[in-house]
Design a protein around this ligand. Structure first.
Ligand code: TEU
Length: 555
C-alpha cells in the first residue's frame, strides 16, 4: 500500500483499519554504534517491518532535545537530533518507508517545548511583561515576596507544576507553568503566534511526506484563564470542568489542524493521545471535523478478565461509533509497563498499568506471555485500528530491575527515588546473538543506553523467527490474515453467547473470534474451522485457558 502520494479511495481511509507499529527510536536499532537507536538503524530494519505486515510506523520524537524527558522536551520542531541523524536521513527514511508500503506518522508535542527552545530562552531574556513571555505561562508568585507558586497545580512527574526564574537582573522573579518536568515549559495557546507556529510545523513535515501525527497530551493545551487552585482534584485523569485537562476550547485547535491535514492529497491524519476516562468526552476528539482517531486507553487499562475486556470493548465501540470514528486498540506503549508483565500478575486486583503498580506483586511470566499471545489475537480481531509497541511481537517483558543509576525517567528524581518510572519498557530491542547488545548495536562498540537482560537471547528476532510457534510468527500470521480477510479491520462486531469466562464475537463475512479466560476448556461451535490459535487446542479441539482462536464461521 502506498500511503502518501496515492489518491485512490482505499488510501484515503487506510487509517480506519491500519495496524501501526510504534518506534521508540532510541531503542529500536543503532546504525552508528553509539549505543542509541537512530534513523540509520531504523532504515536498515524497514524490511523487518514490511515482513511483519504492519501498515505504518509512528516514530516517537526525533527532534533536537536535551532529553530531559526522552525527547518530549523539544528544542526545535523542524530539525533532527544529531543523535538520531540528519534531515536528509529523515527524508530518505520517509521515502524508503513509502516504497516498502509503510506510512509514516511523527510525534508532535504542542503542550510544551524544551526550556532550551529559542522561544523560551528569549522569554527568559526579555523579562516580565514582554511579548516573548506571553508565549508561555508566566505569573508572579504568591506570598509577600512572590516566593510561593501562583497556584497549587502539580507536575505529572511529581512536585509542583511551577518553577521560579531568575530575572535578567539576577533577582528571583516570575514563575512559569510546567505540567510535566521543569525542562518542559507549557505554551500559551491563547497567543495567536502559537497556533500559527504549529500550523507551520504541521506543514513542514507534511511537505516532507509525513502521513500524519500522533499528538502528545492532546487534551492539555488550554488552561482556564484565571488558573484557579485545584484543591483535591489532582490526578492524570480529568474530572469535568478541570482547569487544565480536556477543556472545551481545545477542540478549536483540532478543527484548525484538521483543515491543514485535509488540504493535502491524500489527506494527512491524526491520532490523539488523551488520557480521559469518560468515553463520551473522549469521543469529542474524533468528531468528523476534528482528529481521525485517539488511543483507546480504556482497553489498555482493562485487566485480563472476560468481564473487564468485554466492558472496555463495548463501551469504546459505542462511544466512538456514535461519532463515526473507528476505535484504536492498544495494549502497550512507551509510558506503561509491558503487557506481558502486567498480565503476569493476578488479574483480580489490578492497581494500574505502570511498573510501580506491579513491583512487589508475584509474577508468572509464562502466564503473562500466554495471555499476551491471546490478547494480541483478540485485539487484532476487533473492529478498527491497532497500535503495536515495538517488542510486543517478541513477547518482551518489562525490565523491572534496571540499576538505579541507569534510570532516566524524570519521575525517578522528582519522586526522590521512590517511583522508578518508564525506563523498563524502553530497553533496546534484541535482534540476534547470545549476549548484549544482541545486534541492537554492532558487537564491537559500546553497550546500549539502557542495559538489556542477558536472558533476552530467548526473545531475539533471530531466535523467534526460527521457531514456527513463536509469538513473532503468531503476529506475522495474524497480520497477514487480518490484512486479507474481508471481515477484519474497520467494521462492527456481534457478541455471541459464551460462558461467563469466555468472549466470543462474530464479524461479517464469515469470521468469529473466541477467547477463553477460564481453566475449563471452551467448546467451539459445531463445524467451526480454526484459522489461527494463540496456543494449541486441547486433544478434543476445545480452547484452553488464556487462548484465543480465530474461526471461519457460517453464522
Ligand atoms: O504522556 C502523557 C502522559 O501524561 C502520561 O503518559 C505520563 O507521561 C505518564 O503516565 C507518567 O507516568 C506523553 C508522552 O507519551 C510521555 O512520554 C511524555 O513524558 C509526556 O507526554 C510529556 O510530553
Amino acid at each position: 500500500m502506498s500511503v502518501a502520494g496515492s489518491s485512490d479511495a482505499r488510501a484515503h481511509d487506510w487509517w480506519r483499519s491500519a495496524v501501526v507499529y510504534q518506534i521508540y527510536i532510541r531503542s529500536f536499532a543503532d546504525g552508528d554504534g553509539d549505543g542509541n537507536g537512530d534513523i540509520a538503524g531504523l532504515r536498515s530494519r524497514l524490511p523487518y517491518l514490511a515482513e511483519l505486515g504492519v501498515d505504518a510506523i509512528w516514530i516517537n520524537p526525533w527532534y533536537p532535545s536535551p532529553m530531559a524527558d526522552g525527547g518530549y522536551d523539544v528544542a526545535d520542531f523542524r530539525a533532527i537530533a544529531p543523535m538520531f541523524g540528519t534531515m536528509d536521513d529523515a527524508e530518505a527514511l520517509i521515502h524508503e518507508a513509502h516504497e516498502a508500503g509503510l506510512g509514516v506518522l511523527l510525534d508532535i508535542v504542542p503542550n510544551h517545548t524544551s526550556d532550551q527552545h529559542a522561544w523560551f530562552r528569549a522569554a527568559l531574556a526579555a523579562g516580565p511583561g514582554s511579548a516573548e513571555r506571553q508565549r508561555y505561562i508566566f505569573r508572579p508568585g504568591r506570598g509577600a515576596n512572590g516566593e510561593e507558586p501562583p497556584n497549587d497545580w502539580h507536575s505529572v512527574f511529581g512536585g509542583e507544576a511551577w518553577t521560579q526564574v531568575k530575572e535578567p537582573d539576577g533577582r528571583p522573579g516570575e514563575w512559569y507553568l510546567h505540567l510535566f518536568a521543569p525542562e518542559q515549559p507549557d505554551l500559551n495557546w491563547n497567543d495567536p503566534r502559537t497556533s500559527q507556529e504549529f500550523d507551520d510545523i504541521l506543514r513542514f513535515w507534511f511537505d516532507r511526506g509525513a502521513d500524519g501525527f500522533r499528538i502528545d497530551v492532546a487534551h492539555s493545551l488550554i488552561k482556564q484563564d484565571d488558573l484557579p487552585d485545584l484543591g483535591d482534584r489532582f490526578g492524570l485523569l480529568p474530572s469535568l470542568d478541570h482547569p487544565h485537562w480536556d477543556r472545551d476550547e481545545v477542540h478549536d485547535v483540532y478543527r484548525r489542524w484538521r483543515r491543514v491535514a485535509d488540504s493535502y492529497d491524500p489527506p494527512r491524519i491524526f491520532v490523539g493521545e488523551a488520557w480521559i476516562d469518560d468515553p463520551e468526552r473522549m469521543a469529542r476528539y474524533v468528531r468528523p471535523d476534528e482528529l481521525h482517531t485517539t488511543f483507546n486507553f480504556v482497553f489498555l487499562e482493562a485487566p485480563w478478565r472476560a468481564d473487564a475486556m468485554r466492558d472496555a470493548v463495548t463501551r469504546s465501540l459505542a462511544e466512538q461509533g456514535a461519532v463515526g470514528a473507528p476505535v484504536v486498540w492498544v495494549l502497550s506503549n512507551h509510558d506503561v509497563a509491558r503487557h506481558a508483565s502486567r498480565f503476569a500478575r493476578d488479574q483480580r486486583d489490578v492497581a494500574g498499568s505502570n511498573l510501580d503498580d506491579l513491583l512487589g506483586r508475584p509474577a508468572d511470566l509464562g502466564a503473562g506471555l500466554r495471555r499476551a499471545r491471546a490478547a494480541a489475537l483478540l485485539m487484532l480481531a476487533l473492529p478498527g485500528s491497532v497500535y503495536l509497541y515495538q517488542g510486543e511481537e517478541l513477547g518482551l517483558p518489562e525490565v523491572e530491575d534496571l540499576p538505579e543509576d541507569r534510570l532516566t525517567d524524570p519521575t525517578w528524581r522528582r519522586s526522590r527515588q521512590t517511583v522508578r518510572g518508564r525506563d523498563g519498557c524502553r530497553v533496546p530491542i534484541p535482534w540476534s546473538g547470545d549476549a548484549p547488545p544482541f545486534g541492537f548495536s554492532s558487537d564491537d562498540v559500546g553497550s546500549p543506553w539502557l542495559p538489556q537482560p542477558p536472558s533476552w537471547s530467548d526473545h531475539s528476532v533471530a531466535t523467534l523467527a526460527a521457531d514456527p510457534d513463536s509469538i513473532l510468527n503468531l503476529y506475522r500470521t495474524a497480520l497477514r490474515l487480518r490484512r486479507h480477510h474481508p471481515a477484519l479491520g474497520d467494521g462492527t462486531l456481534r457478541w455471541l453467547e459464551a460462558p461467563g469466562d469466555a468472549l466470543m464475537f462474530a464479524r461479517q463475512p464469515g469470521f468469529a473470534c473466541a477467547t477463553n479466560f477460564a481453566s475449563t476448556p471452551l467448546e467451539l461451535p459445531d463445524g467451526a474451522r480454526v484459522l489461527l490459535a494463540s496456543d494449541p487446542l486441547t486433544a478434543h479441539g476445545a480452547v484452553p485457558r488464556d487462548t484465543t482462536v480465530w474461526l471461519e464461521a457460517t453464522h
